[in-house]
Ligand binder design. Structure first.
Ligand code: ZN
Ligand code: ZN
Length: 268
């Protein structure tokens, strides 16, 4: 497989609303994390930091000059690889330990990043001396622990933290009510959703989706794949919930409660 140059590892695109999309073009779409940069008056926000195989701040000029708070939507390897490059780092407290001491197992790298999976993962390899078998996320203890309802204040823009367990226990979304922008992490994106990782919880995932259904979003920037609007957002949530209602959920789980309540509403 061909080897990419450091300068070609990241690409960026400026969107509306002061948001810049940053991504790793040589990682295949299913594994390719979306990074989101928001320019603020007092400091900037970075949602997720990619695989960390090439210095992100070295290569992406907008991240090098101003103070940046690097938030982790959650702690899978594809989202936190460059967090250690930033002085300010935030994560939900349920995954603080993984960001502080990221093992290959806890970050899912042991499952997805091995030399034998290189062609699944990459279209071009990261620059030498990269080896997938030796790949590991650098430790990046949080300087701020997040809880549901916390506000991330950039001076002129405010993002509310929504705790959305399910894909992982400390998954969060960031909601900007003033613009209707929602950074949804791996909870909702326009592609196959993952609820069977070692620390996933289908019942919690369904509850998170039910909660998100009432959020008046205008545009969703997810952890993977392309951004989308309100209509697609509702479709994706409803599709997930209807699929889970069809399966036999665990007794007492929130998915069971959903199944029970919809059964009661069904006309006899
Ligand atoms: Zn994930
Ligand atoms: Zn992901």
């Amino acid at each position: 497989m061909q080897i990419a140059t450091p300068a070609a590892w990241y690409e960026t695109r400026r969107l509306d609303d002061g948001v810049t999309h940053i991504w790793e073009p040589h990682i295949r779409p299913f594994y390719r994390c979306n990074m989101w940069h928001v320019r603020g008056r007092d400091r900037d926000l970075l949602v997720d930091s990619g695989m960390g195989v090439i210095g992100l701040r070295q290569q992406v000029a907008i991240l090098a000059v101003r103070p940046v708070l690097a938030v982790a939507s959650h702690t899978h390897f594809d989202h936190i690889g460059s967090h250690h490059e930033f002085a300010e780092r935030a994560v939900h407290r349920a995954e603080a330990e993984i960001l502080a001491a990221p093992t290959r197992e806890a970050t899912l790298a042991s499952t997805y990043v091995q030399d034998k999976t290189n062609t699944d993962l990459f279209t071009m390899l990261p620059p030498a001396p990269y080896r997938s078998d030796a790949y590991a996320v650098s430790r990046a203890p949080a300087t701020r622990l997040l809880d549901d309802g916390d506000i991330i204040d950039l001076g002129d823009r405010r993002f509310e933290v929504l705790h959305l367990p399910g894909h992982s226990p400390g998954g969060i979304g960031l909601w900007e009510a003033a613009t209707g922008i929602f950074f949804s992490g791996d909870t909702v994106y326009d592609g196959p959703l993952i609820d069977d990782a070692y620390h996933s919880d289908v019942g919690a995932y369904a509850s998170s989706m039910e909660r998100l259904r009432s959020l008046p979003v205008r545009v969703v920037h997810g952890g993977h794949f392309a951004s989308f609007g309100r209509e697609r957002y509702l479709e994706l949530i409803d599709h997930y919930l209807s699929e889970k209602r069809c399966h036999q959920p665990k007794v007492g789980s929130s998915a069971q409660r959903i199944a029970d309540s919809s059964a009661k509403q069904r006309p006899a």
